[in-house]
Design a protein around this ligand. Structure first.
Ligand SMILES: Cc1cc2nc3c(=O)[nH]c(=O)nc-3n(C[C@H](O)[C@H](O)[C@H](O)COP(=O)(O)O)c2cc1C
Length: 403
């Protein structure tokens, strides 16, 4: 019999609050052409009903190991053999511990022992549970045995805490499971800058800004998910680097300029999302400045313009810039786009503490002859929407003009 192109995926759902997100994962897997079967732990079935997963997967959902009726149909060994890939989302602390201990006390853990298919876990739990040495040791042990992990991500959690432990988004799990063979940026090289720069005044002081790098990092993850080979040139970040991206640290505007030009060859898309200082102290002091004088003047000089220099290159990649504005957002951003000769500009309203350093943002994206407004949303979602728009513009998709 001919095998289908996409793998048969067995999705295990553990007893965590993120179980609802796995409904979307089933839809995405099926959209990608996968056949999906769902096995839930008893905890998982307490959060989302098996009926929801049954409707979404189009297949009966199994929970119990010792289920006489089901055993006569597809037993746990047959299910374990059926799967080309196993993904567990959410993987709770309890489930990770049971897997690490090699327990087979329910259908899902029994399956995991019985399968030869690769296993991918998407851990999801409270920050303190995730950081607990027991969980970390179990996680490491499973990785040593060849179990792959996607996430967890950092950010706001359902329990009200902020930190690492949030389940990876369904699109990231899909990417980790299936790879990037069909994304809109497949085969493209993407160079992104992110974060602030720090321009030294003396060995301990600098001129910086409030950027966390969250938007540029989210764009790098979104471009990776879209199939691109991504390099991220970044200043000091307030958020973790995304997996699967080549990172190059560059703390000052000059270092970032040099790193970008060094890595520009063969790049198809450049996105300048870093908050690069426009000025730097002309002559940083070699020694720490003393507070002897009643006041002081630091002379500033212009830093190189990374965006304009990339846009002036021939041949050059598709160039997307960011404009942070506090007034006349559209006018100033469109003027910047024309002055620098870039293909697209994403304008941020940074007045009154908006956008910079925050988890959510809205954008007005402009290009010659068109624009699109992206309303306030988490930066991860915004990044994926922006990457989809950029990919469509790069592909000359006329539909992108009209939405
Ligand atoms: C409201 C609620 C939310 C929970 N969320 C999580 C969670 O996100 N991650 C986790 O590891 N455990 C979570 N737990 C605890 C698990 O449900 C519990 O450890 C359970 O035994 C896990 O079952 P499993 O092994 O079937 O996944 C939560 C419990 C409750 C009551």
């Amino acid at each position: 019999m001919e095998r289908q192109a996409q793998p048969r995926v067995l999705l295990g759902v553990g007893g965590g609050i993120a179980a609802y997100k796995s409904c979307e994962l089933v839809r995405r897997l099926r959209d990608a052409g996968c056949e999906v079967r769902v096995v839930m732990t008893r905890g998982g079935a307490a959060f989302v009903t098996p009926l929801s997963f049954q409707a979404l997967s189009g297949q009966p959902v199994r929970v119990d190991l010792l289920d006489a009726e089901a055993e006569s149909g597809m037993d746990h060994i047959a299910l374990a053999r059926w799967a080309d890939r196993v993904v567990i989302a959410p993987a709770t602390a309890d489930l990770i511990a049971r897997l690490a201990a090699g327990l087979a006390d329910d259908l899902l853990t029994t399956l995991c022992l019985a399968t030869e298919a690769p296993i991918l876990l998407a851990p999801a739990m409270n920050r303190v549970m995730w950081e607990h040495p027991a969980t970390q040791a179990n996680h490491r042990l499973l990785e040593q045995r060849g179990v792959r992990m996607v996430g967890p991500e950092s950010g706001g959690q359902a329990c009200g805490e902020t930190g690492a432990g949030r389940m990876a988004e369904p699109r990231s799990i899909l990417h980790a499971l299936l790879g990037s063979a069909s994304g809109p940026l497949t085969g493209q090289r993407v160079l992104i800058t992110a974060g602030p720069t720090q321009e030294p005044i003396d060995p301990v002081r600098f001129i910086g800004n409030r950027s966390s790098g969250r938007m540029g990092v989210a764009l790098a993850a979104a471009a990776r998910d879209a199939g691109a080979e991504v390099r991220l040139v970044h200043g000091p970040l307030g958020v973790p680097l995304p997996a699967g991206v080549q990172a190059v640290a560059a703390d000052t505007a000059e270092a970032m300029h040099a790193a970008v030009l060094e890595h520009l060859e063969g790049v198809d898309l450049f996105i300048g999302a870093a908050a690069v200082a426009d000025y730097r102290p002309r002559a940083p002091a070699d020694q720490k400045l003393k507070k002897d004088a009643p006041g002081m003047t630091v002379e500033l000089v212009r830093t190189p313009d990374i965006l304009a220099d990339v846009a002036a290159r021939r041949p050059r990649p598709f160039v997307v810039g960011f404009a942070a504005e506090t007034t006349r957002l559209r006018e100033n951003a469109r003027a910047k786009m024309e002055r620098k000769g870039v293909d697209m500009i994403a304008a941020n309203d940074v007045s009154a503490g908006r956008a910079i350093g925050r988890q959510e943002n809205s954008l007005v994206v402009l290009w010659p002859g068109g624009e699109r407004l992206f309303p306030e949303q988490p930066k991860g979602d915004l990044a994926h929407a922006l990457i989809a728009l950029i990919a469509a513009r790069m592909a000359g998709d006329a539909e992108a003009d009209t939405n």
